[in-house]
Design a protein around this ligand. Sequence first.
Ligand code: NAD
Ligand code: UD1
Length: 339
Amino acid sequence: MSQKILVTGGAGYIGSHTSLLLLEAGFEVVVVDNLSNSSVESLRRVEKLTDQFIRFYKVDLTNFDALSDIFKEHQFDAVVHFAGLKAVGESSQIPLTYYEQNIYGTINLMKAMQKFNCKRIVFSSSATVYGDPASVPIKEDFPISATNPYGRTKLFIEEIMRDQAIADSDWQIVLLRYFNPVGAHKSGQIGEDPQGIPNNLMPFISQVAVGKREKLSVFGNDYPTPDGTGVRDYIHVVDLSDAHVKAIQKITGLLGVTTLNLGTGKGYSVLDMVKAFEKGSGKTIAYEIVDRRPGDIAECWADPALANKVLSWKATKGLDDMIDDTWRWQSQNPLGYDS
Ligand code: NAD
Ligand code: UD1
């Protein structure tokens, strides 16, 4: 019988791609999502692409009783936990909401898991937990810190999970620290659909390319990097999702907490991304240089060697795939899932 996986936040950007890959790998997928930043249309499209069914519950993780009802109905082999709020700027304006949704939501989820004896979880952490790293590439044993409430929720959740694994050695926990997820499924059917003005670089560039926004603001060109703009480790969302499938396949053999960077090990600057997008889309990306964004760092890229080894996984898609797939999704769905 196939293993049953609960995917929290499965209607979202990374969750929908991971649900698709889990189905293709032969897992049964149940999704819980409150749809605060997504639409069920993503899951309908995943069902069409895979010709498989996803059981969906519109439930908020802060609702313990509703969550327990799902666990009563299904015996899960493991949980992949994406659900949470992720806008850095907003987290400083409404920190209590971030702490409630991300931390309280996760505690509820883990309490339900404990109660129903499902103790395997893969969690979406972030490279943001490295704060301003002393050097690059970044390894998992670098010191961790946070500079905003969003980052603190990731840091605290990591610590909460470590404490739980110490208290009960049956828990098997994989903390995946994502670098910069971009791109979309090659079908052009699912992709990133940010509400309002995008905070992140790639969705902003692609909305300029499609004519939805006038120009990109490049946040600073006086960083100590080759062209002065910020350097990041962009990773294709399908590579990232594939790492989750591998983590689920390997989790029974991993004891306690395993912490892994998910990146490519290569850095690209903001202007590299603009040029590559212009080449891939055939569109001109208008931009202007503006002040640095508070809290940004010069360079952030991963040493992915540990994830390569532990998961027998490697990012295989390059910048051209990231751009082509983003552009296919954006141009076929200029208004995202409302198109
Ligand atoms: P997303 O917003 O597309 O997906 C998150 C999903 O969780 C959404 O569908 C949302 O409706 C749902 N959700 C939020 N709060 C919930 C709650 N209380 N109960 C139930 N559902 C809830 O974001 P994403 O880009 O797919 O990110 C997924 C995870 O990865 C997040 O935890 C995010 O912090 C983390 N992450 C993302 C990035 C990135 O750049 N996208 C980088 C590092 C880490
Ligand atoms: C940001 C968050 C990080 C979070 C990650 C994924 C901040 C400070 N950091 O990372 O905590 O985990 O998103 O959600 O918000 N840029 C522009 N113009 C833009 C947008 C971005 O020049 O309109 C530049 C940034 O200065 C940066 C690069 O593009 O150099 C990437 O930015 P972004 O996509 O927001 O990701 P991070 O800042 O790496």
